[in-house]
Design a protein around this ligand. Structure first.
Ligand code: B16
Ligand code: MG
Length: 228
């Protein structure tokens, strides 16, 4: 099977917005008397906005204290603060190696997709100046089940017109690796302690075409040899 598409997660793979998410959540949580720190924030990586709020309320022992409308208002406050902070993003905010990899993949005719659960993903790609390099971005608002369900990766494959078995996904969160594996795609993890990643790299510094090609070959040794 030939590699036809690479589908990227956004936060933690293409750029690091985790700290901006943290600052916005810290402000929103503080307003309802809950204190969170950067260590706690690790749990929120790759998790949707409302699921993140749920975890923060549980952490503060206030899971039963808010109506649906109040939760929406807290999430809206966090998002307003987060969106304001996105003004600090520039093309220099792209993580090392990512732009070169995307350009190389495109030269090889491999399609590029995005599978982020962030509703702000299109604005972030535009701020980074790389929106035009993506052939398809799955819309998190139209996906029923968030990561670790495979839905967003399957939606990206569908939009790119490839079957998951011909695609590779790149993620920095455990929920994301589980989503990729459940979709039937090959998985590449960025970071440490990611269970089940087909290929695990410490950082995007190590994410390049030779590494991806070698990993793909180990998954598809016979067909790759025939295609060479
Ligand atoms: P928003 P990813 C995720 O991005 C973040 O990792 C996570 O912390 C955030 O809560 C989620 O997006 C939703 O973001 O509030 O902007 O819709 O890793 O899936 O690219
Ligand atoms: Mg991520």
């Amino acid at each position: 099977m030939k590699l036809q598409a690479v589908i990227f997660d956004l936060d933690g793979v293409i750029t690091d917005t985790a700290h901006l998410h943290f600052l916005a959540w810290r402000d929103a949580a503080q307003a309802i008397g809950i204190v969170i720190d950067e260590e706690f924030n690790e749990q929120l990586k790759g998790i949707s906005r409302l699921a993140s709020l749920e975890r923060i309320l549980e952490h503060g022992g206030r899971a039963a204290d808010f109506t649906e409308a109040e939760r929406q208002a807290i999430a809206a406050r966090k998002n307003a603060c987060y969106v304001e902070s996105l003004a600090s993003l520039t093309p220099q905010s792209i993580l090392p190696g990512i732009k070169d990899l995307i350009v190389t993949l495109r030269q090889k005719g491999i399609r590029i997709g995005l599978a982020s659960v962030s509703l702000n993903a299109p604005a972030i790609l535009s701020a980074l100046g790389i929106a035009h390099l993506f052939d398809y971005c799955a819309d998190a608002a139209r996906v029923k089940h968030s990561k670790p369900a495979p839905d967003i990766f399957l939606a990206a494959c569908d939009g790119l017109g490839v079957v998951p078995q011909n695609a590779l996904g790149v993620e920095d969160a455990q929920a994301g690796i589980e989503a990729i594996n459940a979709s039937g795609m090959a998985s590449v993890g960025i970071g440490k302690d990611l269970q089940g990643a087909g290929l695990l790299l410490a950082s995007t510094h190590e994410l390049n075409w030779p590494r991806l090609a070698a990993y793909w070959k180990t998954r598809n040794p016979v067909t790759e040899a025939l295609e060479e």
